[in-house]
Design a protein around this ligand. Structure first.
Ligand SMILES: *Cc1c(COP(=O)(O)O)cnc(C)c1O
Length: 372
């Protein structure tokens, strides 16, 4: 699905030097590289505070912990996302309240949010799925009206822009009260291990977030709150500092590959290519098709037989997962997510796809669909 090796080879001298410098310095934890990368990312995102964390999952969990919620408080999100979004809600004793997604953009259906808001609702976690924005302007309106926090799950959309009605532009992850992202190797900005970060423009939240990732300490060995240990190590920060310079270029490469796919598939009536939400710059963390009037799973197996990696993100919506059956959701509760899980298929998407590969992938897909 991704080609991290070719990407690495193109910037090998820079990356190797960055890693080696950290090893030489032996400042493995909280070294200068962590501060430098954090400052670079703040500048790139135009956000006041970036707080590094050990993973995207941690970033989401710490974001929720900073809101000082009580067990049983409700957090609204979608069942069509990676499990981490919902896992952290459950782990903190909060209740995930699901809202279905749009059939075309796969992001939270904002017209269905307000009917789910109760006295216990405290936050909304929109997910910018596959590299495209949820409808942030409307989500912020609803949140302000009902006095709710918004945590943006930006794990799949780092570097993407949001275009507001008034013409202003903001990076995803910097619009809500808090944004969380992941630097997992295959994410749009990936390191060589695990990593994540939290964003906020709110000074007070930033102070709380910084203390939570550091065992709830503000002053060393004085613990004001229960925290966790969640750090981005210096080697990962050094790698990310190099790769951040290329992020826009990387996202452009993904968009070019998506354009190739779109053109190749535009006349095939069994394929619906990814919808574009006009307020968002789609950066294609995944390139996800909807396969209609054909057997998605047969196509998937055919492609794998032909040496083409492909995957279903996500095959079972979270409300139907065994681990979350406790919340009492059932089949039919979120029909759009349930239907999508049966028809979506993601094709290889990364920064190094060349025309020869794209030609092979698209012709193989079309060949199967012509005969099946
Ligand atoms: C990857 C991902 C996460 C979790 O990130 P990790 O760094 O793997 O913990 C959370 N939410 C979404 C939508 C993701 O894609």
């Amino acid at each position: 699905m991704v080609d991290l090796k070719t990407q690495y080879e193109k910037i090998k001298p820079e990356i190797d030097k960055a890693i080696f410098d950290v090893i030489e310095s032996t400042a493995f934890i909280n070294g200068p590289k962590v501060k430098e990368f954090t400052a670079d990312l703040e500048k790139y995102l135009q956000v006041k505070h970036v707080i590094p964390a050990a993973s995207g999952t941690d970033a989401l969990q710490v974001a929720l912990m900073a809101l000082d919620l009580k067990p049983g408080d409700e957090v609204i999100t979608t069942p069509f996302t990676f499990v981490a979004t919902v896992e952290v809600i459950a782990l903190l004793g909060l209740k995930p309240v699901f809202v279905d997604v749009y059939d075309d953009t796969f992001t939270i259906d904002v017209s269905k949010i307000e009917e789910k808001i109760t006295d216990k609702t405290k936050a909304i976690i929109p997910v910018h799925l596959f590299g495209q924005a949820a409808e942030m302007e409307k989500i912020m309106e609803i949140a302000n009206k009902h006095n709710l926090y918004v945590i943006e799950d930006t794990a799949q959309a780092l570097g993407s822009d949001y275009y507001f009605e008034d013409g202003s532009v903001k990076k995803l992850g910097t619009i809500g009260h808090i944004g969380a992202t992941s630097f997992f190797p295959s994410k749009n900005l990936g390191c060589f291990g695990d990593g994540g970060a939290i964003f906020t423009n709110d000074d007070k939240l930033a102070e709380t977030l910084r203390s939570i990732v550091n065992h709830g300490m503000k002053v060393r060995y004085y613990h004001d709150t229960i925290g966790v240990n969640s750090r981005l190590d210096s080697i990962q920060a050094a790698i990310l500092q190099v790769k951040l310079k290329y992020l826009d270029q990387y996202n452009d490469s993904r968009r070019k590959a998506a354009e190739y796919y779109n053109n190749a598939f535009k006349d095939c009536e069994k394929i619906i290519t990814p919808a574009i939400y006009e307020k968002s710059k789609h950066i294609y963390h995944q390139y996800t098709l909807k396969i209609i009037n054909a057997d998605r799973d047969k196509l998937k197996n055919y492609l794998i037989d032909k040496g083409i990696p492909c995957a279903v993100y996500y095959p079972v919506p979270l409300h139907l997962q065994k681990a979350y059956s406790y919340y009492g959701y059932k089949e039919g509760d979120f029909p759009v997510s349930e239907h999508l899980s049966k028809i979506v298929l993601s094709l290889p998407m990364h920064t190094e796809l060349n025309n020869e590969q794209l030609e092979y992938i698209t012709s193989t897909v079309l060949e199967f669909l012509k005969n099946n």
